[in-house]
Design a protein around this ligand. Structure first.
Ligand code: NAP
Ligand code: COA
Length: 272
């Protein structure tokens, strides 16, 4: 366990106030880190900071919309001031809703591109000068749609494919600074906002589980465990990697998720 001890390490989780990313923040807190979280809503930030403290961690948070580069920069400056240089940055703020391409407005497409892709760029650019060098580890949270196209997910696919190219480009640019940059790609994770939006009925949920080779949905802890590994010395030679944590789901074409989602949206359209 020595490698997974994050005592005296500063971990920042942007978008860390619910679901998978909150699970990641809690895992680092449970392994001794100082943890900062950020998102748009003050009450979610406060609730998460309280939970991290109850795990024994020194914790703080700030409110920022990742689309606002100045708010991100200000928030990260406040973390640096209190916790020092960043050892680990997890960037996972995202938005998703199903919409067939022909029904998606320019603003709907832009909204997801700006949260997922531009937001990731904002976090990367604002954190660079604040990273511990050498030694820092950056983890971007991607999605299977980045490399597995799906009906009703054109905006998410485009945005997350871009996120993975940010990961791979920064692995090149920041390697000589001793900064590693990787993506983690969660599969269907139980009890999350993402699954509530993409698998909203018991039928779609059951079909999703059926398509996962390991026969179950994942948990936030499954994703957090991969992040602990990537942030640790065990992964000291891993950079530029895009790592699925998905029970084999993407190897199985996401179990036909594209057809469920496409069908669900066509039906919704017919209902008006
Ligand atoms: P979630 O609970 O909705 O988490 C999203 C987080 O980002 C929240 O903390 C949210 O808090 C924050 N956020 C949203 N928009 C933001 C913005 N504009 N600026 C700053 N923060 C913002 O969703 P989740 O389902 O756990 O997903 C977490 C991550 O995993 C996402 O990157 C998602 O793409 C990825 N993922 C999820 C699944 C899944 O099965 N759920 C599968 C593959 C990939 P506020 O509302 O307070 O802003
Ligand atoms: N179907 C089609 N278009 C939609 C939509 C849906 N379900 N939900 C939002 N949009 C469109 C809106 O109509 C709007 O476009 P318009 O101005 O042309 O009408 C555009 O997207 C922006 O919507 P808005 O509600 O103003 O965006 P926002 O910035 O307040 O919120 C979202 C961003 C839409 C991504 C919102 O769902 C969100 O905050 N999500 C965060 C949580 C989340 O998605 N978690 C899962 C992560 S996997």
């Amino acid at each position: 366990m020595a490698y997974l001890n994050f005592t005296d390490k500063t971990v920042v989780v942007v978008g860390g106030t619910s679901g998978i990313n909150r699970g990641i923040a809690e895992a680092f807190a449970a392994h001794g880190a100082r943890v900062a979280v950020a998102s748009r809503k003050q009450e979610k930030v406060d609730d998460t900071v309280a939970a991290l403290k109850s795990l024994g961690a020194d914790a703080m948070g700030f409110v920022a919309d990742v689309r606002d580069t100045e708010a991100v920069d200000r928030g990260l400056a406040s973390v640096q001031e209190r916790f020092g240089a960043f050892d680990v940055v997890v960037s996972g703020a995202a938005g998703n809703f199903p919409s067939l391409a022909a029904d998606l407005s320019s603003n709907g497409f832009r909204s997801v591109m700006e949260i997922d892709l531009l937001g990731t760029f904002h976090v990367m650019s604002a954190c660079f000068s604040r990273l511990r060098k050498p030694g820092a580890s950056i983890i971007n949270i991607s999605a299977p749609q980045a490399f597995m196209p799906s009906k009703a997910q054109i905006h998410v696919s485009a945005a997350k494919a871009g996120v993975d190219m940010i990961t791979r480009t920064l692995a090149l640019e920041w390697g000589r600074d001793g900064v590693r940059v990787n993506s983690v790609v969660p599969g269907p994770i139980d009890g999350t906002e993402g699954m509530a939006r993409l698998a909203p009925t018991p039928e779609i949920r059951a079909m999703t589980v059926k398509g996962v080779p390991l026969g179950r949905m994942g948990t936030p802890a499954d994703v957090a465990n991969a992040c602990l590994f990537l942030a640790s010395d065990l992964a000291s030679y891993v950079t530029g990697a895009v790592i699925p944590v998905d029970g084999g789901w993407t190897q199985n074409g996401c179990g036909g998720m594209s057809e469920f989602l496409g069908g669900m949206m066509e039906k919704a359209k017919k209902r008006g």
